[in-house]
Design a binder for this molecule. Structure first.
Ligand code: SAH
Length: 488
C-alpha cells in the first residue's frame, strides 16, 4: 500500500527534515507484518514528494496468528486486499516510521514542524466503506480539499462496475503532525477493519491522536464507533471524554433537538398516530417483507415485529448511533432465535444504490425525506423506486402549512433543526406524483393527525403501489453490488 506526501513549501526538501528521512536515499524498515520503504520520487526546492510504501505479507500474518498447527485456513486469509489497500497497517507504519513527525517533533526544523505548510496526501487505494460521501464528510471539516475517484473493480471490464476503493487526495495548509494524525485515525475508520484486537488502549490512542480536532468533528460519533469497532463500553467511554473537551456538546444539542421536536408534536401525540397509520397501510398492502428506511431508534420496527404477518423486517439507517439504539429498543441481544431471524438492522445511506434493499414487498419511509438535501432527492428516488423497487412504499413527511397552528413553533421555522425542507401539501403532491409517473407507481395521499380545515393535517402520507411489475433495466443489474453513488 502506498501513501505519498507532497509539499510546495520553500525549500520543499525540508520535508526530509520533518520526516527525518534524507531525500537522497531510500530507507527500509522491518515491521512485524512486512516491510516499509520511504523514498522520494521528487525532491526539488520547489516540490518534494515522500512516498511511504508498506508491504504487508499475508503469509507472515497467518503464521503469526495464534491457532493450532495444521488448522484449516480459509483462502481469504492468504488472498485479500491487505497488501494494497490502506488500512490500520498504514497507521502502524506511520507511527513507527514517522514517529517523531507524528508527535510534532523535528530536531532540525522544530519551528517548521509547528507551522502549517501546503501539504498534499495521496492514497491511491483507500477503502471507502460508507462511500465517497463519507470520505468528504471525514476530511472536509478538517480543512482539506478532497478529491476522490472511485476505482473500477477491474480496469479491463468497465461493466463489472465499481470497487469499494477510491483514489483520494487531500490538500490543505496544515502542520505535518496534524495531517499524519488525521490519516492515522481516519484511514482505519474508512477501512472499518482493524488488524489487531481493540482494547482499552485504543481509547487512549484515539484521544491522543485526535487531540485538538476530534472533539469538534461533526462525524466524531461515527469515527469513534468505527475506530473502536463498535465496542459499546469503549465507545461511550471515549465519547464521554470527548464531550468534556468540546463545548457545546453536540450530543446534548442532539438531545435538546429531539426534546424540542417531541414537545412541538406532543400535544397531538402525532408520532403515535403517524406510526399507527403507517402500520395500517403496510398491513393493508399484504406485505410479508418490509424495509423501514431511516428507521431511527426503531419504534416502527418494534410495532412491525408484533405483527405475525411480517416475516422479514429490515431497518436501515445512516446513523450508527440510531442503529445501536434500535437494537436496544428491540432488545435484540435477548431475542429468541426465531424472532432474531425475522429482523435485520443495516447500516446504509438512502442516497446510494444498495443491492441489499432489493426484493422486499414494502418499504416505510417515515419522516426521513425532509432530512435529505433537496439536491439529492433524485438519487433517493432512483435508489428506492428504480433499484430497490418494493411493491408498495409508505412515505410520510411534515405538512409545512400546519406549522402555523403550533404556538410553540416560531413562524418560518421547521419542526426539527436537521430538516432541510418541509413541504406544503401541493409541493409534496407534485413531487410524489412526479416520482410515481416516472417510476411506474400509482400514488394515493392520506392525512395523518387531526386536520385543520384550512391548513390540512400535521403529517402527510403518500402510499405508492407498483403498477409496472417488470423491473426497469436498473433492477436487473443488481449484481453490481452495493453502495453506488447515484448523484455523481
Ligand atoms: N423513521 C423514524 C426516524 C425519523 S428521523 C421515526 O419516524 O421515528 C430521520 C432518520 O433518517 C434518522 O434516524 C436519520 O439518521 C435517518 N437518515 C437521514 N439521512 C439518511 C440517509 N441518507 N440514509 C439513511 N437514513 C438517513
Amino acid at each position: 500500500m502506498l501513501l505519498t506526501l507532497t509539499t510546495t513549501h520553500s525549500p520543499a526538501t525540508d520535508l526530509g527534515h520533518l520526516l527525518r528521512k534524507n531525500p537522497a536515499n531510500a530507507h527500509t524498515f522491518e515491521l512485524s507484518f512486512g516491510n516499509a520503504h520511504v523514498y522520494y520520487p521528487e525532491a526539488s526546492p520547489e516540490r518534494c514528494m515522500a512516498a511511504l510504501l508498506v508491504e504487508v505479507d499475508p503469509v507472515r500474518l497467518v503464521r503469526k496468528r495464534a491457532g493450532a498447527a495444521g488448522e484449516a485456513r480459509r483462502l481469504e486469509e492468504y488472498v485479500n486486499d491487505r497488501p494494497y489497500a490502506a488500512s490500520s497497517f498504514l497507521s502502524v507504519a506511520i507511527a513507527q516510521v514517522f514517529g517523531s513527525a507524528l508527535a510534532g517533533q523535528s530536531k532540525e526544523r522544530p519551528e517548521l514542524a509547528a507551522r502549517p505548510i501546503p501539504l498534499a496526501a495521496t492514497l491511491p487505494v483507500l477503502p471507502c466503506r460508507g462511500g465517497e460521501e463519507f470520505v468528504a464528510k471525514l476530511f472536509a471539516p478538517l480543512g482539506y480539499r478532497v478529491t476522490s475517484a472511485r476505482l473500477p473493480l477491474d480496469a479491463r471490464h468497465a461493466d463489472w462496475g465499481e470497487s469499494p476503493y477510491c483514489r483520494v487526495t487531500l490538500e490543505g495548509t496544515v502542520t505535518l503532525q496534524r495531517l499524519l494524525s488525521h490519516l492515522y485515525v481516519l484511514v482505519p475508520v474508512l477501512d472499518n477493519d482493524k488488524h489487531y484486537w481493540v482494547g482499552d488502549d485504543e481509547v487512549k490512542k484515539l484521544l491522543r491522536r485526535g487531540a485538538g480536532w476530534l472533539a469538534e468533528h461533526p462525524e466524531r460519533e461515527a469515527i469513534t464507533l468505527r475506530y473502536l469497532k463498535y465496542q459499546r463500553g469503549l465507545v461511550s467511554d471515549a465519547l464521554a471524554q470527548l464531550a468534556d473537551e468540546s463545548d457545546p456538546d453536540p450530543d446534548a444539542t442532539a438531545r435538546a433537538q429531539a426534546e424540542e421536536e417531541a414537545t412541538v408534536e406532543r400535544t397531538l401525540s402525532l408520532n403515535e398516530q403517524r406510526l399507527g397509520t403507517v402500520l395500517a397501510a403496510l398491513k393493508a398492502s399484504a406485505a410479508r417483507s418490509v424495509l423501514d428506511l431511516g428507521c431511527g431508534e426503531g419504534r416502527l420496527l418494534r410495532m412491525l415485529l408484533k405483527e405475525r404477518q411480517f416475516t422479514r423486517i429490515t431497518g436501515v439507517d445512516v446513523s450508527q448511533i440510531a442503529l445501536e439504539r434500535a437494537a436496544r429498543t428491540l432488545r435484540y441481544e435477548r431475542m429468541p432465535p426465531l424472532q432474531k431471524e425475522r429482523i435485520r438492522l443495516l447500516h446504509g445511506s438512502l442516497l446510494y444504490r444498495d443491492a441489499r434493499l432489493a426484493g422486499y414487498d414494502a418499504a416505510a419511509v417515515v419522516e426521513v425525506v425532509e432530512h435529505l438535501d433537496s439536491a439529492r432527492l433524485a438519487a433517493f428516488e432512483r435508489v428506492l423506486f428504480e433499484f430497490a423497487r418494493p411493491r408498495s412504499v409508505v412515505l410520510t413527511t411534515p405538512n409545512r402549512e400546519f406549522n402555523a397552528t403550533w404556538p410553540s413553533l416560531p413562524a418560518g421555522k421547521f419542526r426539527h433543526r436537521d430538516h432541510r425542507f418541509e413541504w406544503t401539501r401541493s409541493e409534496f403532491r407534485e413531487w410524489a406524483a412526479g416520482v410515481a409517473s416516472r417510476r411506474g407507481y400509482a400514488v394515493r395521499f392520506l392525512a395523518v393527525g387531526l386536520e385543520d380545515p384550512e391548513l390540512g393535517p400535521p403529517t402527510q402520507m403518500g402510499v405508492f403501489t407498483n403498477t409496472a411489475p417488470a423491473p426497469g433495466a436498473g433492477a436487473q443489474e443488481e449484481a453490481r453490488g452495493i453502495s453506488e453513488d447515484l448523484t455523481a
